[in-house]
Design a protein around this ligand. Structure first.
Ligand code: FES
Length: 110
């Protein structure tokens, strides 16, 4: 392996460590993006050009609700979802921080 190939491989490993693989279903279509761990899930989706519902961007309105089908996130704040909602897997994308290495979310069924 050349030095350049080794450098590229290290860069790819760094990128994968800093990102979360997101599989999402929206309007009947399934898409994959990489989520930079430093930003909220909603920002990652919007940055990827995916126009998901949003409004307040601070966990207060519920416009960005989606269902977490696989993986784990932590909500930085939550003024909307009840304990029952959380147990059903509902999350607020605007205040979601990653926990697991990959997640699957669905905007169509919740
Ligand atoms: S956009 Fe309002 S709670 Fe997420």
């Amino acid at each position: 392996m050349s030095q350049k190939q080794a450098s590229n491989s290290a860069d790819i490993k760094d990128q994968l460590r800093d990102t979360v693989k997101v599989t999402l279903t929206l309007n009947g279509a399934t898409t994959h993006i990489l989520w930079n761990r430093q930003i909220p899930l909603l920002d990652a989706l919007l940055n990827a050009g995916i126009h998901v519902p949003n409004s307040c961007c601070r966990g207060a309105c519920g416009t960005c609700i989606c269902k977490l089908e696989e993986g784990e996130v932590r909500l930085k704040r939550n003024f909307v979802l009840s304990e029952t909602h959380l147990q059903q897997g509902l999350i607020l994308a605007c205040v979601a921080a990653p926990v697991s290495q990959s997640i699957t979310i669905n905007y169509d069924e919740f």
